[in-house]
Structures are given as C-alpha cells and as structure tokens.
Design a protein. Structure first.
Length: 92
C-alpha cells in the first residue's frame, strides 16, 4: 500500500518523541524544574506514541508509581494494536 511508508515514518517519529519526552521529564523531575504535563504525555501516547512512552517509562523508571500510567500506557498500546489489526483486516 502507498500509505505504509508514511505511516511507518509517522510512528517512528511519534514513538521517539514519546520516549524522549519521558526522559526529558524524568531529568526535569530530578532537577526540580518545570515539567511536561501528564496530559501531554498521554496525548502523545494516544496519537500513536504509546510504545515509545512505555519504553521511556521503563528505561528511565519514570511515572512507574502512578497507577494511571502503569495501566493506562499499556492499555492505550493494546487498543492501538487491536485497531491496527482490525484496519489491516478491513483493508485486506
């Protein structure tokens, strides 16, 4: 399909963004500086960066004590994978 390279590029960029945002926010938390809003982190996950955010959480040990991140990020990723599977089957 003609869209696959664009979708792959978008997903790579948004997941790298999510991963980087987790690292940046962790560093800012340690230094007691201005932080990235939790809603922004979830927004990046919702628009396709859930895998990157999840990897960032685990790599940087960030937001791992917040139940809504511990359960929310994997839930978003699972929903996105299910939606991708359904879309792939619908397209054929």
């Amino acid at each position: 399909m003609i869209w696959y390279p664009f979708i792959a590029l978008y997903l790579a960029v948004i997941n790298l963004t999510g991963f980087a945002m987790m690292g940046i926010d962790k560093r800012r938390a340690v230094k007691k500086r201005w932080r990235i809003r939790e809603s922004t982190l979830f927004l990046v996950a919702l628009i396709g960066g859930s895998a990157g955010c999840l990897m960032g959480m685990r790599t940087f040990h960030h937001k791992t004590k917040h139940w809504y991140f511990v359960y929310g990020m994997p839930a978003i990723l699972i929903l996105q994978l299910l939606l991708a599977l359904m879309a792939e089957r619908a397209i054929g």
